[in-house]
Design a protein around this ligand. Structure first.
Ligand code: PGA
Length: 254
């Protein structure tokens, strides 16, 4: 499948996997995906397994990401993790503003924007998540909600930083529910986001930015979703916890 932008497919392991289980999963993925060059692949284990997984993937085509980080540098922030600490494990990406953090840790667009800025300053590429709740969609407010999140969460980034940022559109009603947005629904919001990035930054930047879809991506719906013009990859939760499922999502997308 010829795409304008190289696909990026990321596994978000969330709060799952012991170190031993993480090693099994990472080793299996390295084995199954070693010949893939067409897609950028990344896995985001829990913090506790970053060191172990880093050693497994370091010489492979699989990159490492984290699921969150602090907006602050090193210092007195008990329980937080600084970007520089993630860099120690050769992490390349960091997921920011996932809907679970927005909902349960009350992360605001403003906080996500300061984390995105701090990530870039440390040399990490943020994957900034946005997405509407079911009642927003049913009330016809999807574009209003996603538009506000995009403007707020990417505020203050330079165009160069924006080009190195991945946006993940994850409708909250599709996360972990088995309900995927149809490929047409995904494409519609992705095109809206790209248009908006053109307004906020410029057309060239908007053309370069990769926009992932997330929300119940599985081996059997990946191909159709990835086939949409403005869908440039996937952020995969549940199905990324299994070697076969995550590998098939990637192989089916090529
Ligand atoms: P899911 O999660 O694939 O389990 O729906 C996606 C995500 O939350 O990133």
């Amino acid at each position: 499948m010829e795409k304008e932008r190289k696909l990026i497919i990321t596994g978000n392991w969330k709060m799952n996997k012991t170190v031993a289980e993480s090693l099994d999963l990472a080793n299996g993925l390295v084995r199954e995906l070693k010949d893939v060059t067409e897609v950028d692949i990344a896995v985001c284990p829990p913090f506790t397994a970053l060191g172990a997984v880093s050693e497994v993937v370091i010489d492979s085509n699989i990159r490492l990401g984290a699921q969150n980080m602090s907006e602050n540098g090193y210092g007195a922030h008990t329980g937080e993790i600084a970007a520089g600490m993630l860099k120690e494990f050769s992490a390349k990406y960091v997921i920011l503003g996932h809907s679970e953090r927005r909902q349960y840790q009350r992360e605001s667009d403003e906080l996500v924007a300061s984390k995105a800025k701090a990530a870039h300053e440390a040399g990490l590429k943020p994957i900034v998540c946005v997405g509407e709740q079911l009642e927003d969609r049913e009330g016809g407010r999807t574009e209003e909600v996603v538009g506000t999140q995009i403007r707020g969460s990417l505020a203050g980034l330079t165009t160069a930083q924006m080009e190195g940022t991945v946006v993940a559109y994850e409708p909250v009603w599709a996360i972990g529910t088995g309900k995927t947005a149809t490929s047409a629904q995904a494409q519609e919001v992705h095109a809206f986001i790209r248009n908006l990035l053109g307004d906020i930054f410029d057309e060239d930047t908007a053309r370069i930015v990769r926009i992932q879809y997330g929300g119940s991506v599985k081996p059997d719906n990946a191909r159709e979703l990835m086939g949409q013009a403005d869908v440039d990859g996937a952020l995969v939760g549940g199905a990324s916890l299994d070697v076969k499922n995550f590998s098939e999502i990637i192989l089916n997308s090529i």
